[in-house]
Design a protein around this ligand. Structure first.
Ligand SMILES: Nc1ncnc2c1ncn2[C@@H]1O[C@H](COP(=O)(O)OP(=O)(O)O)[C@@H](O)[C@H]1O
Ligand SMILES: [Mg+2]
Length: 265
């Protein structure tokens, strides 16, 4: 971390070249460390251990699925990884395609989180609720359900495509297939995140052993609020917690982990 403290925002390029080099070398662990350092130095964000594990998984595996209860930082990390994906690849070689089951989830949750982090890091280009453009080039797009049909997914090509499916349990199978066609080259990735509370969903199926996905699960009991993992107080206040008051704490602690397990095992 120390090596980045002295760097101002203008030195981002140095960081990004480092991250891209590490990615090219397949040094996944270093990449995860690189994401953590980039997040801290550029965005002023602390990632907790499971968020880092997900970053590492994306660096290592073509297809990743993250099943977890709500309030563990999945969407936040997805937005951060979208920014990092573009920042860590040479200009013009990378693209992020994001979708979720509803326009509200894409625009007012995922893209809004991305926009906030983009502003915090004073990153290049301009973010709207539809996407992120740098020098007139679309580098990240949030596809709304209306254009989230398989056809809407066509035509997006780059050497490094990152497809993100948020609230993946509600994403129809046809879109999964379309997403898969976007990541046909080695440098591309598919990250599906959600709560597999519908055991009949395709997401729940791919979270089970034997699928083509590398699966990361996060039970509420593994989150800092329950384990005591050292994290900044500000982050602790945002994540799922047993201390929401007696009734709410019991409800969260007792119900959510069971929900996490139900669809994925
Ligand atoms: N590493 C982090 N640093 C700061 N805030 C975070 C971090 N991770 C999550 N958050 C915040 O915690 C809250 C819950 O995160 P979110 O991504 O919405 O969880 P999930 O998608 O798992 O339900 C949000 O307000 C989000 O901005
Ligand atoms: Mg979410």
């Amino acid at each position: 971390m120390a090596r980045f403290r002295r760097l101002g925002p203008k030195s981002q390029f140095e960081l990004l070249v480092l991250a891209a080099t590490e990615l090219a070398q397949g040094a996944s662990l270093k990449v995860a460390e690189g994401v953590a350092e980039w997040a801290a130095a550029i965005l002023g964000v602390f990632l907790w251990s499971k968020q880092l594990e997900i970053a590492l998984a994306v660096a290592e595996h073509r297809r990743d699925a993250v099943h977890a209860c709500h309030g563990v930082g999945k969407t936040f990390l997805a937005a951060l990884l979208a920014l990092w994906w573009i920042a860590s690849h040479p200009a013009g070689t990378a693209l992020v395609v994001m979708t979720a089951p509803t326009a509200r989830q894409v625009r007012t949750i995922l893209m809004r989180e991305l926009g906030r982090l983009h502003a915090k890091g004073r990153l290049a280009g301009r973010v709207t609720l539809d996407g992120w453009q740098i020098d007139g080039q679309l580098v990240a797009i949030g596809l709304k359900p209306a254009d989230g049909d398989p056809v809407g997914f066509q035509g997006y090509h780059a050497a490094h495509v990152l497809v993100i499916l948020d609230e993946a349990a509600g994403v129809p199978k046809a879109l999964w297939d379309a997403a898969d066609s976007l990541i046909s080259n080695e440098g591309s990735r598919l990250l599906a995140i959600g709560n597999p509370d519908d055991s009949r969903s395709y997401f729940a199926a791919i979270c089970r052993p034997g699928s083509a996905f590398h699966v990361v699960g996060i039970s509420a009991y593994e989150t800092p609020g329950f384990t005591g993992e050292a994290i900044p107080d500000e982050l602790r206040a945002s994540l799922i917690s047993p201390g929401l008051g007696q009734g709410a704490g019991e409800r969260v602690g007792a119900r959510e982990p069971a929900v996490c397990r139900s669809g994925a095992r």
